[in-house]
Design a protein around this ligand. Structure first.
Ligand SMILES: [Zn+2]
Length: 325
């Protein structure tokens, strides 16, 4: 194992060619003056090529992406790499340590991008993640999962009207591709704003490892890297095509109570089909929630404590054959 480099900024040229390096990059300092360091894996090839970025745990409790990165790097042959692969194993280190989604000030870093160089604590952290690391990337795959109390399919959020991100989405071979032009406040949007084609891969559920999704994600990211010439092409096992959704919407409760959501993720539901049932705390039936249209369940709540306005299900509107954004 190579020794761990301690750095203040990502300078690709400072990493040795033809090997995998480990580094800790200081992003900010905490109230004790100690550095808050983000772990990086860097595989720099002998031949020139793009910088391919992978980020995980921007939300600290979304950790399926961590073993995806580990397995990608365990299987790399640095002698065959063109360019450089940079993985940020955990972006939001303080939240990861607290098993939480948000940064220490309660703010969501994926709603704070691109941050501010002289802003509040989360804005500075967001800014420096972009400035010290992400701006060096030529491509980005940002790894997430559902939030606490919810579950997701293996799905990609990407602008499929954009040539490169559309291609990345298909090569990831997820269960579902959701066409979703990026929001500026997300890491994906901030990267796109810097001219870096970026997609988000949602890998199942929070705070756990799901081996099947981890394996599929690793193979999918490898396929994307091969497409851009970073790693050699390899035959991939056949798999059914992803369901493509042209848009999506969350359904919310308009009353409070005990919530049960019936369909599984990736299941198709018909317009008018019962999706969820709400009972009051005494067990009396208070109402049913019906699918507003034919839909695919991209994600759903598994948290029975339903406040008024609780999320029920994330419903995708499936694209017709031949649809283009
Ligand atoms: Zn997330």
């Amino acid at each position: 194992m190579s020794k761990i480099m301690e750095i203040e900024a990502l300078d690709i040229e400072s990493f040795p060619k033809g090997m995998i390096s480990r580094a800790k990059i200081t992003i900010v300092r905490d109230g004790m003056g100690a550095p808050v360091q983000v772990p990086l894996l860097v595989a720099r090839g002998n031949k020139p090529g793009p910088v391919f970025g992978i980020t995980a745990a921007l939300h600290g409790n979304e950790i399926n992406g961590i073993p995806v990165i580990h397995r990608i790097f365990q299987r790399l042959d640095p002698a065959q790499i063109r360019g450089t692969i940079v993985a940020v194993v955990v972006v939001n280190v303080p939240a990861y340590l607290r098993h939480e989604r948000v940064y220490i000030d309660g703010r969501d870093l994926n709603r704070t991008m691109p941050g501010k160089p002289a802003g509040n604590v989360s804005e500075v952290y967001a800014h420096r993640i972009l400035d010290r690391v992400v701006r060096h990337f030529n491509y980005l795959v940002d790894l997430h999962t559902a939030s606490f109390g919810r579950v997701n399919s293996l799905y990609v959020r990407a602008d499929i009207g954009h040539e490169e991100t559309g291609r990345m989405a298909r090569l990831l071979r997820p269960q579902i591709i959701l066409h979703n032009p990026p929001n500026d406040a997300t890491l994906r949007g901030a990267a796109a704003g810097m001219g870096i084609p970026a997609v988000t891969l949602e890998i199942g559920d929070p705070q756990r490892f799901q081996p099947e999704f981890i394996k599929r994600s690793r193979a999918g990211i490898r396929g994307v890297m091969a497409e851009f010439g970073v790693v050699p092409r390899r035959a991939v096992e056949p798999r059914e095509s992803p369901i493509v959704c042209k848009s999506s919407k969350w359904m919310f409760t308009e009353a409070g109570g005990v919530l049960e959501v019936y369909p599984k993720v990736t299941e198709r539901v018909d317009a008018g089909e019962r999706i969820a049932r709400l009972t009051n705390i005494f067990g009396d039936h208070r109402g049913d929630y019906l699918a507003p249209h034919d839909a695919v369940v991209i994600g759903k709540s598994v948290n029975p404590t339903g406040h008024t306005g609780a999320r029920i299900a994330h419903l995708g509107l499936e694209a017709e054959e031949g649809w283009a954004p």
